[in-house]
Design a protein around this ligand. Structure first.
Ligand code: SAM
Length: 340
């Protein structure tokens, strides 16, 4: 078909199609009088180009991306995550405006407090960074679980922690679950063995790639704890293992708020993670490591953000959850919360 017909089929203009041809993105066959002829494959390619432009990809990026279907998928996944983040920002802005307007009268101070809160949340979402380079750990992650540290092995009770999280949540067939910081998918695997469909969120593309190869049925999504790429009340349960301690204590609370947003009524959450019971126990454990001269443990703990179990439980209780906890070691606990 000629350019005019192709343009009308794709709801675009001949000028746009010519532009993509000039950029070398499509090469239609040339017939008599230099007329271009577009076949079904050209149309399909053009449709993909238009869709990728629509979601913000540059033409030069489209050119390289189109050579590899996996690259297109990866890009779309990243783009979805960015759009969810923007959507959450807009949602927060609307709710702040609602709060302002609900007040019969307000002072400049009230407005300042609300807008500052908004700015703060936005900044926290944007400022989280992967200081540990999880992309570089992805390929060997599963093997590394079997290697123990010299004097400090955080994975000593790994299987017990994952088993305990699943034991609390008890996924059932037909449910949809979410694993945040899914890594290579070891915890999600245990959940879908019970018949639940699983969505896995991770900020590391490489972890998601390994997870997708091991478990093609898991819906792997690029995203992070502070802006989950999911709609409100989309999942029946949430699990997370060895991931939350990569967030500061303040960020952890924002992450719990995000979990609460995407969790259905009566939903369950199980967090198996490196954490202390409370400030007092943290101090005692750290003193003990100091006394033993266990610098390996001290360094490892200070390199991350081990939280406090009491802080997580407290947040859940304040937000109407029923909470149970399980201690697996001095530094490993499971917090289970049911939205009631
Ligand atoms: C130590 S691995 C744990 C993986 C898996 N949950 C397990 O138990 O084997 C931590 C994972 O959490 C992910 N992660 C850390 N911080 C994150 C964040 N803020 N948002 C999303 N994923 C995060 C990392 O990319 C990594 O895949």
């Amino acid at each position: 078909m000629k350019i005019k017909e192709a343009a009308s089929r794709l709801n675009t203009t001949p000028r746009t199609i010519r532009f993509y041809e000039e950029k070398g993105l499509i090469q239609p066959e040339k017939g008599e009088n230099d007329y271009r002829y577009y076949n079904e494959a050209d149309l399909w390619k053009l449709q993909t180009i238009l869709a990728l432009r629509e979601v913000g990809m540059s033409t030069s990026k489209i050119k390289t991306t189109l050579q590899d279907e996996n690259e297109v998928r990866k890009y779309l996944n990243m783009q979805r995550s960015a759009l969810y983040e923007e959507w959450l920002e807009i949602k927060d802005m609307i709710s702040t405006l609602d709060q302002m307007l609900e007040q019969p009268s307000f002072s400049q101070k009230d407005i300042f407090t609300l807008s500052n809160h908004l700015k703060d949340v936005k900044q926290k979402r944007k400022s989280w960074e992967d200081q540990w380079n999880f992309d570089s750990q992805a390929k060997d992650y599963d093997k590394s679980l079997k290697r123990s540290g010299f004097r400090f092995n955080v994975h000593e009770f790994y299987e017990e922690a994952l088993g305990s999280a699943v034991g609390f949540v008890k996924p059932v067939e037909g449910e949809t679950g979410l694993d945040i910081g899914i890594g290579t998918g070891n915890l999600a695997e245990k959940c879908f063995e019970s018949g639940a469909s699983m969505i896995g969120v991770d900020q590391s593309e490489e972890m998601l790639k390994v997870c997708g190869e091991k478990h093609p049925t898991i819906d792997t999504r690029h995203g992070h704890f502070l802006a989950l790429p999911l709609m409100d009340k989309q999942v029946d349960f949430i699990v997370s293992s060895y991931a939350l301690h990569h967030l500061t204590d303040e960020e952890k609370l924002l992450a719990l708020q995000e979990m609460d947003r995407v969790l259905n009524d009566n939903g369950r959450i199980a967090i198996a993670d490196l954490m202390f019971e409370d400030e007092e126990q943290k101090e005692a454990v750290m003193d003990q490591f100091e006394e033993e001269g266990n610098t390996e443990a001290i360094f490892a703990i200070r390199d991350e953000y081990y939280g406090l179990r009491s802080q997580l439980s407290g947040w859940f209780e304040q937000h109407g959850y029923r909470v149970e906890v399980k201690r697996l070691s001095d530094i490993l606990h499971v917090v289970y919360a049911v939205k009631v």
